[in-house]
Design a protein around this ligand. Structure first.
Ligand code: PGA
Length: 242
């Protein structure tokens, strides 16, 4: 499978940041891995002409209608994107999104022809209680629709307590979780052995080599370190070299 270095600008980025993507496109024109940058809806058209593949950060489950402020998967596709994130913990927390809604958004992404990066992850309390695997399996049961394939779907494991905190699980912990997720995907989906599994949460140039060396880590979803080409570029290179 081709590995994936995905960035997520979140609620960051204006026109002034487009040169960061142009620099990435120039530096990784023939990357040996897929590179996708997910960005705010306001910038997608601009991002899409830089040469880097582009994704939305969220989509509405319906194709159009009276939903002020929302963006459909069709609109994201029309803006030039090929990917969309669903189920990010910031959507789950800030907007009360539950697994059923995330499943509906994922189906909408597929229907629009987008590859969906579906996020799962446990809270710090769940991690401390030793409930990580149980939480992740329940999230996957209810948020990954039947019919997911390696061609249409990537799963991103993002421990909530590791996002934007500088904390990460140990390599052993990441490896154990990813092995468990792989077993789940293989059990449930015909192409589960080929479905990419990303790790996300405080990935940066200094820990990328160690994380990418782990079995069943097929790339990363990167927030803070995706905003500047100088920070994201070495992460792409680390994945190419893994
Ligand atoms: P971070 O965010 O890399 O800033 O921790 C990751 C994410 O939320 O996808």
């Amino acid at each position: 499978m081709r590995k994936l270095a995905a960035g997520n600008w979140k609620m960051n980025g204006t026109s002034a940041d487009i040169p960061q993507l142009e620099a990435l496109a120039a530096a990784h024109a023939n990357a040996g891995v897929d590179v996708v940058m997910c960005g705010p809806a306001t910038l997608l058209h601009r991002m899409a002409v830089t040469g880097v593949s582009i994704g939305g950060e969220d989509c509405h489950p319906e194709t159009s209608g009276a939903h002020t402020g929302d963006i459909s998967a069709e609109m994201i596709k029309d803006a030039g994107a090929t990917h969309v994130i669903t189920g990010h913990s910031e959507r789950r927390t800030d907007h009360g999104e539950d697994n059923a809604l995330i499943a509906a958004k994922t189906t909408a992404g597929w229907a629009a022809g987008l590859h969906v990066i579906l996020c799962i992850g446990e809270s710090e309390a769940q991690y401390r209680a030793g409930d990580t695997l149980e939480v992740l399996r329940a999230q996957m049961d209810a948020s990954i629709p039947d019919g997911a394939t390696a061609q249409t779907t990537t799963i991103a494991y993002e421990p909530i307590w590791a996002i934007g905190t500088g904390l990460t699980p140990t390599p052993e912990e990441i490896a154990a979780v990813h092995a468990n997720l792989r077993a789940y995907l293989m059990d449930r989906f015909e192409t589960g052995s080929q479905m990419r599994l990303l790790y996300g949460g405080s990935v940066k140039a200094s820990n990328a080599d160690e994380i990418f060396a782990l079995a069943n880590v097929d790339g990363a979803l990167v927030g803070g370190a995706s905003l500047k080409a100088a920070d994201f570029s070495p992460i792409i290179t680390a994945l190419e070299n893994a």
